[in-house]
Design a binder for this molecule. Structure first.
Ligand SMILES: Cc1cc2nc3c(=O)[nH]c(=O)nc-3n(C[C@H](O)[C@H](O)[C@H](O)COP(=O)(O)O)c2cc1C
Ligand code: SF4
Length: 400
């Protein structure tokens, strides 16, 4: 298959990025393929800092060869000459296994100069993150590979024009690239035939929290949440009721486990419309004992701790949100606090440099949408609505 043919199959597959934004991979590859620069990079994002997500790591531990093949195909289709796999510092098993497979691929002539006797040459190496959530953001990741402090860059220019080391670059999530070898082998149409509407292929989900069978599952997009959480994962243990779901990582959303939401189908657009995102596939399940306000406080504590501090709407906005949520959790919130949070959230969304600040209000807005009555109970009736620990757990106390 020639390079345009490979790109055409990925386009035809309808494959959308699994790193969070669900952007069509074929379209993104097309930006890079069209750039005539002789030095271009393919980056694979295995930073995976979302609490509750471990599918990228699972893939890199169990089948790094498939991902390496996917990156090499991306390099071929985009006429790039070097790939980087960016893995979270400290995830030693994926790091060691990936490095070992890259070495074997060089020995077998599957990487390096003139791969399989063709005129296509492609090199690959592993680069490590600095144990920071924001280093998973695509431009912060490039800064980290370049050996700098990993903070997001201003855009434009976009990575397809000016990326790693100032060269045109394409970045995809591990899962996105892991689908590629099979798409090329079976054809884009085969992949497009799995799934629903504009969401083709499968969802690789990580189920954690109050669930009978936690772990990683791969299911066709289009299944309902109810089928996954009850039929496959056995529902909530110990006879408790399912209360809420936290999906798509800390920048995702908080969904109530209502009948309507449990009937939602796994589809990028359906989830976004419900106020959550499918994101990287993490679903944290909470039972009736969980307090929606406390959970929201916890999510914002994570986001505040991880804000890189480069721009003030996020740096200050996250701190203000956390202060207010701690106040509400301690039953000291006021009526104005809800309006104040919305105003801070709007400013963060409009003024932040990267997705961390732009999406950082999502946990609060979605929690208010589904559990507004619990916020009001804390503020008006000075009443807890679940387990609100006196000891306030936050990443400041629990990490490092
Ligand atoms: C704060 C922040 C953290 C992110 N962390 C990750 C991550 O750990 N893994 C990932 O694939 N994408 C992450 N992303 C999204 C990336 O910026 C980028 O969109 C993604 O790697 C593109 O891959 P895809 O097109 O295959 O989805 C993050 C974005 C933000 C704003
Ligand atoms: S939005 Fe937050 S994480 Fe992103 S650059 Fe600004 S301060 Fe850093």
């Amino acid at each position: 298959m020639d390079q345009d043919g490979a790109l055409g199959e990925v386009r035809a597959s309808g494959l959308r990025g699994r790193g969070g934004a669900a952007f069509p991979a074929g379209v993104k590859w097309g930006f890079l393929a069209g750039n005539p620069d002789p030095n271009k990079y393919i980056l694979c994002n295995c930073e995976e800092g979302d609490p509750g997500a471990f599918n990228d790591r699972g893939i890199m531990e169990s089948d790094p060869a498939t991902v390496i093949e996917g990156i090499t195909i991306a390099g071929y289709a985009c006429r790039a000459n070097r790939g980087y796999i960016f893995i979270r510092h400290g995830h030693s098993q994926p790091i060691d296994r990936t490095r070992a497979i890259i070495e074997q691929a060089y020995e077998l002539g599957l990487l390096g100069q003139n791969i399989l006797g063709t005129d296509f040459s492609f090199d690959m190496e592993v680069a490590l993150t600095g144990d920071s959530y924001v280093s998973g953001e695509e431009t912060a990741l490039m800064e980290a590979i370049e050996g700098k402090r990993s903070m997001p860059r201003f855009r434009p220019p976009f990575p397809a024009q000016v990326g790693l080391f100032g060269k045109p670059s394409n970045i995809n999530n591990v899962k996105t690239l892991a689908y590629v070898p099979e798409i090329i082998a079976r054809g884009g149409e085969w992949f497009a035939g799995i799934g629903i509407n504009g969401s083709s292929g499968t969802a690789i989900l990580c189920l954690t929290g109050a669930i009978t069978y936690p772990g990683m599952v791969e299911v066709p997009l289009g299944m309902t949440l109810r089928q996954v959480l009850f039929d496959m994962a056995g529902g909530v243990p110990n006879g408790k009721q399912m209360k809420l779901l936290q999906t798509g990582g800390p920048l995702g959303g908080v969904l109530s486990a209502s009948d309507t939401n449990l009937d939602l189908v796994l589809d990028f657009d359906v989830f976004r419309n419900a106020g959550a995102i499918l994101g990287s596939g993490g679903i944290i399940i909470a039972d009736e004992d969980t307090c929606a306000v406390d959970l929201t406080r916890n999510l914002i504590a994570f986001c505040q701790y991880e804000s890189c501090g480069k721009c003030f709407p996020c740096r200050m906005g996250m701190s203000h949100l956390l202060e207010i949520l701690e106040r509400i959790s301690n039953l000291q919130g006021t009526e104005e606090d809800l309006t104040l949070m919305r105003s801070i959230g709007e400013n963060m969304q409009a003024g932040s440099l990267c997705g961390h600040g732009q999406l950082g209000f999502n946990p609060v807005s979605s929690a208010l949408r589904y559990f507004g009555d619990e916020f009001e109970a804390h503020i008006r009736e000075k009443r807890h609505t679940g387990y609100c620990p006196e000891q306030v757990f936050s990443p400041r106390l629990t990490r490092r």
